[in-house]
Design a protein around this ligand. Sequence first.
Ligand code: NIG
Ligand code: FE
Length: 408
Amino acid sequence: MVQRTRLEDIGRLYPVHPNHESVIEDATLVIEEGNIAWVGPAREAPAPTPEETCRSLNGAIVTPGWVDSHTHLIWAGSRQHEFRQRLEGKTYLDIAKAGGGIMSTVREVRKASLEQLVEDGRKRLHRLLSFGVTAVEIKSGYGLSTDAEVKMLEAAKALGDSSPHTVATTFLGAHTVPTEHKAQRETYLDLICEEMIPLVAERGLAEACDVFVEEGAFSLEEARRVLETGKRFGLKPRVHADQLSPMGGAQLAASLGAASADHLEDIDEEGIQALADAGVVACMIPGSTFCLQQGKYAPARALLDAGVTLAIATDLNPGTTCSENLALIGSIAATQMRLTPLEVLHALTRGGACSLGRDDRLGSLAPGYQADLVVFDAPDIDYIFYHYGISHVSEVLIQGVCHYSASS
Ligand code: NIG
Ligand code: FE
């Protein structure tokens, strides 16, 4: 028998789809076999079929499941001492140059077992779920040896296999040059291009390849070599671009036809136009700007005006932004980047899905989409970002099944 569920009495439903109005009041949504079969105003809903289960949502609001399209969710250890050092005046780059930063997490991840990484990752994934996240991208990049990079990606894959979330994995072997290769960085690039990428691709461990383009990390030329190699092996390029200094990472992402360019606090006019022309998604990471006390947020409005699709992500990681609260990140985006709550919602759902190349199935509430949706105890979307720092989520459904309920 076909499984059909009808959700009724939805106070406001936000479809986040170009062919639909931005909000439907008094909405009904019908789920069939994990997918959306019908959505629209209650007065236009088709008559229920005999086998359908009906549920009233008592005026709650419903959005698509949130898509966190940039995370470093697998790690070991903590970097709270670096948070303290930054509060005392050190910068992110000072700490990295002194052997801390990414390398400090690399040392912990190399020591950790696969099981430990999966278990710690599972707790973070559950916290993301409690804020409405139903799909997540997870990067490697704290292993920086073939074995440890593979271990991280295996942990991310294991999480994806054992949780209802959509999990997309990205190889970030080019996160920084590890200490043992510092004197001969060329040998590390050879290792990435000749050993790690072919192995990751052959074993199907990642669908994308990312590079941190930054002083102290990788130059544009080095990044191009890594990303072009990744492309030859079928890995979509992504770039940590123009985060701490204007390096031209956005232009690189555009010239490679990258899936996304992320961070972009220091992007210039030319970079904005390049992303627009190439149709590259710009992923905003306001949590890291906030936590690094950078002061300068990515120019979200200029990007939108140029016609660039925006995503907003947590960047969940132990160094620059340690929070699973994507709603709080949305509030930071609204206030500091001056985005409307609807623009923020779009970036948290459809924008993220575009960045992951899954906007035909995720990020919108329309017929044919996966029934991933969030029920909020709030009068409208403005309220969620206005009353910040807590979760307003009452229920999260993935493929039509409830996987989180605030009341249990
Ligand atoms: O996205 N920018 C580079 N990578 C991470 C930070 C990684 C770390 O410091 O551990 C980021 O902010
Ligand atoms: Fe990142």
